[in-house]
Write a protein that binds this ligand. Sequence first.
Ligand code: PLP
Length: 280
Amino acid sequence: MSAIGWYNGTLGKPDEMTVPMNDRAVYFGDGCYEACVAFGTRVFALEAHFDRFFNSLRALEIPFRTDRAALKAILTDCLKAANEPCAVLYWQASRATAPRTHAFPEGGEPNLLVTVTPKTLLPPERTLRLVTTEDVRYAMCNVKTLNLIPNILANEHAKRSGADEAVFVRDGLVTEGSHTNVYILKDGVLYTHPADNRILPGVTRRILLGLCREIGVPVAERAFTGDELIKADEVLITSSTLGVRRAETVDGVPVGGRAETIFNRIASAYERIFSKEMRA
Ligand code: PLP
């Protein structure tokens, strides 16, 4: 098993590939990205990831000229080269390569970087330990930019605390995780923060909310407090690489375990969609 990298048309090993110093991703994190799960050349929810990627490009005003079909062809070539049964497919576009000035440079073409990294998915029954941390991020969390310092610090804090994920709390309200979306089940209703500029609109979130509506689990896109998180019937975490998970503790306190049947219905519905798309 070995990872592969691709940068503006050159394929190689990520450890050996180089990127020009003046790629604005280096100085500014001036770009956006996506990460998905792939089985061979099959990518889960690729179109939804494309939707979000092109939204991010528009928000950042990056004049990325590669269209969906051409991007898909590049990504498929990378997946073929990697030939992995299960991998994380990551790609990022940066604005340009140009001397460092804050304003957009004149001319200059966007750069595309792709990696395919072998991945072993966690077993479905694996529950997560969470820690809460203050959400100190800015007001553009809905755009999947390369600027992830608060997320990195929060995730490192989780790791040092012996937990799996950090949950951001802003003004007493739970927003999302360092690289996940967060939900609670309470009295049969699934609550999650509205998809505004304080959270990333997760692809898994989008699929999950659609599924809940289909299987008759009421959804309320309304923020909940840290206290409601602790007292929830279940706490749920989602992301492309984790799928749908239950949390077992928050800040070391046991949580959930009171709506397992509903959780299992939601998780099985998601698993069915995932398996169908990846094996079709
Ligand atoms: N929120 C943040 C901050 C993330 O970085 C991610 C994924 O990277 C998510 C939520 C989950 O999004 P998705 O379900 O699209 O993986």
